[in-house]
Write a protein that binds this ligand. Structure first.
Ligand SMILES: O=C(O)c1cc(C(=O)O)oc(=O)c1
Length: 310
């Protein structure tokens, strides 16, 4: 595979490029599996990074993403707008349009987006908007603006993806529970795994899902959440052990409301870049039966993103 580049942009200091030459997963994905959380970055020369971005990545093009899809054995992708592109969805939409129907997307929009722009994104395959509350990634957007957007996209049958850190859930609870759509939480709401699966913090997240049947969770990003590793590198088949109980708990209690994604190209990782083949090998540790794997990787993402095919 070619090495990652960045066009004319200078990458954030210490930036880790995505892993080239991922291994062949040992875990055989079920037919029709969906990588339900991944991104494209640029290429910066074609789709410039947003002026308001908090990081400048290496490029990660649609061609590279779809090569990875085929290598790992996924059938489809859900491409989530990355914060380095702000509310300029052109790179993500371009990826959808050139996917041959194999990708759907999640956009970031502002209140100023027109109905015609929303409809054009729908026609390209966008099925959700992302609201981001992680302070290192985005500036604050007023909640009344987000609620107005949620009401508008609800009419298109879209859902809302939310990204936040576990400590912020209490403060965001009332807003989240008023959203009129299906609500999909990125990366299990980023639990602090060092606090343990029985912590009050994770109990609150489980309560959030239990009390609100419209809330789904991505059980993704062990490489981001793990404190102890070991990393998914060098053939490691037992990676990120400390994340397993968290993801397994969510998969087993809410088997019909979970999604999984690679999170390729893994923005902002600081200490290592995982081998995506070994990340796929993480899946059977958290979805331990063929029935759970089928729901996580095929039935759930298809119901949410390709309902017309179900
Ligand atoms: O934790 C992160 O840094 C991160 C960033 C982004 C993004 O910049 O969109 O997306 C993710 O899913 C995770």
């Amino acid at each position: 595979m070619p090495q990652p580049t960045s066009g004319d942009f200078t990458k954030t200091a210490g930036w880790l490029d995505w892993y080239s030459g991922p291994s062949q997963p040992r875990f055989q994905l079920p037919a029709g599996a969906v990588d339900a959380h991944c991104h494209v970055f640029g290429p910066g020369a074609e789709f410039p990074y947003a002026p308001e971005r908090k990081y400048t990545p290496c490029d990660a093009s649609k061609h590279q993403l779809y090569a990875l899809r085929d290598h790992l054995g996924f059938a489809r992708n859900v491409v989530v707008q990355a914060t380095c592109h702000g509310a300029d969805n052109r790179a993500m939409v371009d990826a959808l349009v050139h996917s041959g129907g194999k990708a759907r997307g999640v956009a970031t929009v502002k209140r100023s987006v027109s109905d015609a722009e929303l409809q054009a994104m729908h026609d390209a395959g966008v099925r959700g908007v992302r609201f981001n509350f992680v302070k290192r990634l985005v500036d604050f957007t007023p909640k009344d603006e987000l609620m107005e957007i949620a009401a508008r996209i609800h009419r298109l049958g879209w859902h809302v993806v939310i990204y936040f850190e576990a400590v912020d859930l209490p403060e965001l609870w009332d807003f989240f529970t008023q959203l009129p759509t299906t609500v999909v939480v990125d990366h299990m709401g980023r639990p602090d795994v060092a606090k343990g699966v029985d912590s009050a913090e994770f109990a609150l997240f489980l309560q959030f899902m239990r009390q609100h049947p419209n809330v789904w969770s991505k059980v993704s990003c062990p490489e981001r959440l793990s404190a102890t590793g070991p990393h998914a590198l060098n053939g490691e088949q037992a990676a990120y052990r400390d994340v397993v109980p968290f993801a397994r708990k969510v998969v087993e209690e809410f088997p019909d409301r979970v999604l999984w994604g690679t999170d390729w190209p893994h923005p902002n990782l600081k200490d290592h870049m995982p081998d995506d083949g070994l990340l796929v090998d993480f899946i059977p540790h958290i979805a331990t039966t063929p029935a759970l794997q089928q729901k996580l990787l095929v039935d759930n993402p298809m119901r949410l993103y390709w309902p017309e095919a179900c």
